[in-house]
Design a protein around this ligand. Structure first.
Ligand code: FA5
Ligand code: MG
Length: 579
């Protein structure tokens, strides 16, 4: 299982690939500077150093190279010009009313998702298999482990402090998924090889943070000071027992407001102090836990800085509140798992659970962290989090607020909670799986069958160097799950939108073909051989596909037939030549 993110190699690599905003380097908030500001009588105005997000950037929307991302995106997702043919086709899609199915006609293709029609353009890369997962809404079925886990998480972040949302429509603008959160234009998460584009302006969200800006905006007039959002998220990714192209995320945020009186500068300090005291009080009211915390860095001036607008004491307090809240969540989940008899990280039930905090990078928080838990002999990344960038709050109309946010993968917790060994099981419609779970109860999953695997290889030549650094050719092979090296999808070792090799082979293209043809019959796909021909210099890759159904034994003929169809589709790829 490639559930863990361990080792500093990955983290060091991540930082070299992600763009660190220049402002960070030009204005490092040295400890000295921060301390001076924090002890000054007049507190800083968190809103003064706003960086406006790019409202509209359409530089490469009509990129000719179809492998590249749409790159920029428009605020609100409105299309640049009204095309009468596209408008007619949209009406036709609505009239047909066949949701989540690719429809062709009049030289155009498109799809109806959640009653909205989208006409494909050269950026679109949706596949029938991914569309088939839309609208399952596992998080809304009270007897499904995803929903049971969601409810457990919500119980740690309850009303009235938190408003608990779900977001049913998976299509968001690229603006909301990336731009508004400060993703650099060359961030690997924007690549078409990693993200499902509905059209140049819309994507299937790659993370719940795509709803962060609107959730913050809606808090301007609401009594709640926090939220949670649950949704399905989509990433073109590798195939193994812990990765599925659709998974579920939950995002949470909590803010504190200072009631700065307009124009009365001398009254700002008491308002600032009041807010600080409120955070202290909120920390005191959090229940205690007995987790063993092995490592917990607060900030690092160079690599994980406190934002220039922030008072360092405020940050210390918010980080403490954030950590205590999430540690409490982990404690609840693991206590429930142990009570249900699911095997833990240690055979001794009385052993304390070990967790550690590690530095991370997200374009929309600083400082940022990941929480890892020691589970079944290895460190497992559960979530990412941090102090919300002040520009994001100000852009949402929350100028006097400061706060934290986190995002976690529900499957990661649910697999632990119920002892579910394979992520594909969550999508099973087999009653022998579904009938094991009941609203509000944690029960250990009992495997109902174990069917044999059938391995088949596919070997091919590639001409150009691969756009993806293949697992065997990277130094941190095996330690970095795809998607882990960058916020919200996008492995920093993979092709990026600025990749200079048009149409180079990308391993996610193989994954997508296998997924489309074999569906959930493919348990994992691994690169098993890679060599360069000594005289021609051409590179050969060999991938091994493990076919195994969770529900029945596959016949040889059946697997051969599926594999032939995979080979057939692979042969159509212009970037490879089958061997
Ligand atoms: C994010 O998606 C950020 N939006 C999280 C965040 C929110 C940070 C708010 C700061 C503030 P990341 O790509 O690391 O980050 O994913 C978050 C979590 O989703 C991971 O820690 C992991 O638990 C889960 N996750 C990521 N990729 C997968 C995958 N392919 N399969 C299952 N779970 C995954
Ligand atoms: Mg991560």
């Amino acid at each position: 299982m490639r559930l863990t993110v361990t080792g500093l190699v990955v983290r060091a690599a991540r930082r070299t690939h992600l763009t660190v905003p220049l402002t960070r380097l030009a204005n490092p908030p040295t400890g000295q500077l921060v301390r001076e500001i924090s002890t000054a009588a007049a507190p800083k105005d968190e809103s003064t150093a706003d960086v406006a997000f790019p409202a509209q950037s359409v530089s490469s929307v009509h990129e000719v190279d179809p492998r590249k991302t749409a790159g920029g995106s428009r605020a609100g997702g409105d299309t640049p010009a009204v095309d009468p043919a596209a408008t007619r086709f949209k009406e036709e899609l609505k009239g047909k009313n066949e949701p989540n199915k690719i429809i062709h006609g009049h030289g155009q293709s498109g799809v109806l998702i959640q009653s909205k029609a989208y006409v494909f353009d050269q950026t679109s890369n949706l596949s029938p298999s991914i569309l088939g997962c839309i609208d399952r809404q596992l998080y809304a079925n009270p007897n499904h482990p995803i929903c049971i886990t969601r409810r457990l998480i919500e119980s740690v972040f309850p009303a009235p402090t938190f408003k608990n949302h779900v977001e049913a429509d998976p299509v968001v603008t690229a603006h909301d998924n990336f731009d508004v959160l400060g993703f650099p234009q060359d961030h690997p998460g924007r690549s078409r090889t990693d993200t499902y584009y509905v059209d140049s302006h819309h994507v299937l969200r790659t993370h719940t943070s795509a709803h962060q800006h609107k959730a913050f905006q809606s808090m301007v007039d609401r009594p709640e000071t926090g939220y949670t959002i649950c949704a399905d998220v989509f990433r073109r990714d590798s195939i193994d027992r812990s990765h599925f192209p659709v998974f579920h995320q939950m995002e949470g945020a909590k803010l504190w407001k200072a009631d700065y009186p307009a124009g009365k500068t001398h009254l700002r300090y008491p308002a600032h102090k009041n807010r600080q005291q409120q955070i202290e009080q909120d920390i005191r009211s959090l229940p205690r836990h007995d987790l063993e915390i092995l490592h917990a860095p607060i900030y690092d001036n160079l690599t994980n800085p406190v934002q220039i607008q922030h008072d360092i004491q405020d940050v210390r307090l918010m980080v403490s509140h954030l950590r205590r809240s999430l540690e409490l969540l982990v404690h609840r989940v693991f206590s429930a798992a142990r009570a249900a008899g699911v095997e833990g990280g240690s055979s001794d039930v009385n052993d304390r659970l070990k967790v550690r905090w590690v530095e991370a990078y997200f374009p929309f928080t600083s400082p940022s962290y990941e929480l890892e838990v020691f589970w079944q002999g290895d460190w497992l990344e559960l979530l990412g989090c941090g102090i919300v960038k002040q520009s994001i709050l100000s852009n949402a109309g929350l100028r006097n607020h400061i706060g934290w946010a986190w995002g976690l993968g529900i499957e990661r917790l649910a697999m632990i909670l119920f002892g579910i060994p394979d992520i594909r099981l969550f999508w099973s419609e087999d009653p022998r799986f579904l009938n094991q779970f009941k609203e509000g109860t944690i029960t250990k999953y009992e495997p109902f069958s174990k069917h044999p695997s059938c391995y088949k290889d596919v070997a091919f030549w590639i001409d150009a160097a691969p756009a993806a650094a293949t697992p065997l050719s990277t130094s941190h092979a095996g330690s970095s799950p795809p998607g882990a090296a960058a916020a919200a999808g996008g492995d920093a070792t993979k092709a990026s939108p600025t990749e200079v090799q048009p149409a180079a082979f990308h391993e996610n293209d193989v994954m997508e073909i296998v997924r489309d043809v074999a569906g959930r019959l493919a348990e994992d796909v691994k690169l098993v051989d890679e060599f360069v021909h000594p005289s021609t210099g051409r590179k050969s890759l060999c991938y091994r596909i493990n076919y195994r159904s969770l529900e029945r034994t596959l016949t040889n003929d059946e697997v051969n037939e599926v594999h032939q169809r995979v080979l057939h589709k692979m042969a159509d790829l212009s970037t490879i030549e089958l061997r």
